[in-house]
Design a binder for this molecule. Structure first.
Ligand SMILES: C[S@@+](CC[C@H](N)C(=O)[O-])C[C@H]1O[C@@H](n2cnc3c(N)ncnc32)[C@H](O)[C@@H]1O
Length: 252
């Protein structure tokens, strides 16, 4: 079986290559495994994120590291007046996303394109909301990714980060969750796919993700205000929400 080194032993360029390799080879099994390994909680976590989105100015949403477009689709269905852009650097993931968007008749409102989260191909203040779901843990330069999100979001708009983290809010759950991530998750993946290596990487990257307060601080350092986090499913996942500072009213 292929093995990936621990995320802490990779420099940013090597880590980017590993992540690209994972998501260009695991794209076919990604959706099924995602449901199985999160015990279907991923659907509820994305819904929770979309329920908190507010659209008022550009009526546009950017889904970064969109993968197979689940968050983009959920946002478009719940907000019929918005248009959505989804970007990802793994073309095979986008290919599956496009099939899903087309099958749902959402192609006129959702556009998926290949791009890097660190260099978003959009002018400043293009979106009411920008979000990234389960993608931030794969990006070594989180500060730069957050600054890019803030740049493309309108003043007063929302920047959202949904991520699995090993910071259970209920202490007894820590032992169960740790055992699940280290032992059960890769074992389950081995049953379903011939290449379980990405799921060892997944467990490793979840366990190394910054704790919620530390990630809030990163968001504030990227210039965001009113930063809060919401623990989901006993803190197996956190949704971080910040706002781009509103512009000072002219003349004040
Ligand atoms: C775990 S998947 C999440 C997909 C989707 N957001 C979801 O909710 O299921 C992570 C995605 O992040 C993408 N990704 C990682 N680093 C990226 C980067 N620097 N730029 C663009 N996409 C990136 C990967 O290609 C992969 O599709």
């Amino acid at each position: 079986m292929k093995r990936y080194p621990s995320v802490t032993r990779l420099d940013p360029e090597a880590r980017k290559r590993v992540v690209l390799d994972i998501f260009t080879t695991a794209h076919r099994s990604y959706d099924i495994l995602n449901r199985l390994l999160s015990l279907r909680r991923d659907i509820g976590w994305r819904r929770n994120t979309v329920r908190r989105m507010r659209f008022s100015r550009t009526m546009r949403f950017l889904d970064i590291a969109t993968g197979t477009a689940d968050l983009a689709i959920e946002a478009a269905i719940r907000n019929p007046l918005i248009r959505v852009n989804g970007i990802d650097f793994a073309r095979p993931m986008l290919g599956i996303g496009r099939q899903k968007v087309e099958a749902l008749g959402l192609s006129p409102r959702i556009e998926l394109s290949c791009a890097d989260a660190l260099e978003l191909p959009f002018p400043a203040s293009s979106f009411d909301v920008s979000a990234i779901a389960f993608g931030m843990r794969n990006i070594p330069d989180k500060a730069r990714a957050l600054r890019e999100m803030a740049r493309v979001t309108v003043p007063g708009g929302q920047v959202m980060v949904l991520e699995m983290t090993f910071a259970p809010s209920w202490p007894p759950f820590r032992v169960v969750y740790g055992f699940y991530l280290r032992r059960i998750l890769p074992g389950l993946a081995r049953l379903v796919t011939s290449n379980a290596a990405p799921y060892y990487y997944l467990a490793d990257s979840i366990m190394k993700f910054p704790e919620p307060d530390a990630f809030d601080l990163l968001m504030r350092q990227a210039g965001l205000v009113d930063v809060v986090h919401h623990g989901l499913t006993f803190g197996a996942t956190y949704l971080h929400v910040g706002r781009v500072p509103p512009r000072a009213i002219e003349g004040e």
